[in-house]
Design a protein around this ligand. Structure first.
Ligand code: CA
Ligand code: CA
Length: 391
């Protein structure tokens, strides 16, 4: 019923079509896939209760025509994926392209408007007040849904562990393995976007910080209300690069650990020590660091950002194998994680206040990360886009 359209133009060099057409695999000129195909997402693999909750949200007419705080980005063709840059040979393996960022492949995206900064607590509060929306983290966990993401035969946890909760970061004890995520992530009860560290905590004074503890479903619901949508990974990376090609970061190729900070990330030794040289231990108010060439803030760092797409570690290989230019790619049909394929995950981009060169280096243009759509964490937020052809 929902249309997922991925057209790869494999023979563009041999034929010429008019500007509004591309060559199909059958060597015929056909209309360029429209971005509006992207919003008709396929809800397979998603939690029906949360999908219903998104569907119950109505678009706000005045929001849907409000372009304040958005930046218009002309579309274009770019090389998507891991950058190979001279001078980075001595960097740690975690600071350079990973397997899922390769191979680099040619992508064309149509133009769009993008939020100049991450969605803030104040903006999300307005949405909740207008709609009565309840976020994923505020619901108890549905064991029937959770067990689909776990290896078969996994026993049901105690009911207490299924109460509303979200993931908060705590520094690991020195010597504790950083490969064990439970040494530094805690699933804490009654943590949510408005109580970011549990009961008694609030977002007061943090109105201009990015909203966190929001799931992909929550981001989708907000976007619908605002008359926007989540960006695809391709749109996100195109925007983050700000017109620079084969550059590691949105600001160019200047390395991060040089005393000058272009983004809110972690200085010190993750996950044990944060020296806070960039002034912000956790989230920073949006726009605290310089914008990229497109006028977008915090594309690198502050909080990771949900994208529309399922994450597949082999997706770039599949596109490259098809050859030609991928036009408005919208991710694979379903998630695939080479490390754990019990869970279907959505791609997140841009890194957070917890990233550094020795861990995730999420502030690199091509860095990919993923999470299940029902997960909420202290360092994941989002921003939205709107298609130019809707205005
Ligand atoms: Ca920081
Ligand atoms: Ca960000």
């Amino acid at each position: 019923m929902y249309k997922r359209l991925l057209v790869i133009c494999g023979l563009c060099l041999c034929f010429n079509c008019k500007d509004d057409k591309v060559i199909s695999s059958g060597n015929e000129c056909m209309p360029i896939p429209q971005q509006s195909d992207i919003v008709r997402i396929d809800f397979t693999d998603l939690n029906p209760a949360f999908v219903k909750s998104i569907e119950s949200i109505r678009e706000n007419a005045s929001k849907a025509t409000d372009f304040n705080g958005m930046v218009k980005i002309s579309g274009g063709v770019f090389e998507m994926g891991g950058d190979i840059v001279e001078g980075f040979e001595d960097m740690p393996k975690t600071a350079v392209p990973q397997g899922d960022e390769l191979p680099k492949h040619t992508v064309r995206v149509s133009g769009f408007w993008m939020d100049e900064h991450e969605v803030t607590n104040a903006q999300f509060k307005e949405f909740v007040q207008a709609t009565g929306y309840v976020t994923t983290a505020e619901h108890p966990i549905d064991w029937q849904e959770l067990k689909k993401q776990l290896p078969p035969g996994t026993p049901k946890p105690p009911d207490e562990n299924l109460l509303p909760a979200s993931l908060v970061f705590n520094y690991a004890n020195k010597g504790a393995s950083k490969n064990n995520l439970s040494n530094w992530w805690t699933f804490k009860k009654n943590v949510n976007w408005k109580n970011p560290n549990g009961p008694g905590t609030s977002i007061e004074g943090k109105e201009n910080h990015p909203v966190v503890h929001v799931s992909w479903y929550d981001a989708m619901a907000y976007a619908k209300w605002a008359g926007k949508r989540l960006p695809t990974e391709a749109e996100w990376e195109f925007a983050m690069r700000g017109g620079l090609s084969n550059n590691m970061y949105p600001w160019g190729n200047e390395k991060t650990e040089q005393g000058k900070h272009f983004a809110n990330h972690l200085q010190g030794e993750f996950p044990y020590v944060n020296t806070v040289d960039d002034r912000f231990e956790r989230t920073a108010p949006v726009k605290s660091f310089p914008a990229n060439n497109y006028g977008l803030f915090d594309m690198a760092g502050n909080v990771w950002e949900w994208t529309n797409d399922w994450y597949s570690s082999k997706y770039y290989y599949e596109l490259k194998l098809k050859g030609g230019i991928a036009i408005n790619p919208m991710g694979p049909e379903s998630g695939f994680d080479a490390y754990n394929n019990n869970e279907k995950k959505k791609s997140i981009r841009g890194g957070s206040f917890l990233c550094n060169d020795y861990w995730c280096s999420g502030f690199r243009n091509s860095r990919r990360m993923r999470n299940t759509p029902d997960t909420s964490m202290e360092h994941i937020g989002f921003r939205c886009i709107r298609e130019i052809n809707t205005k």
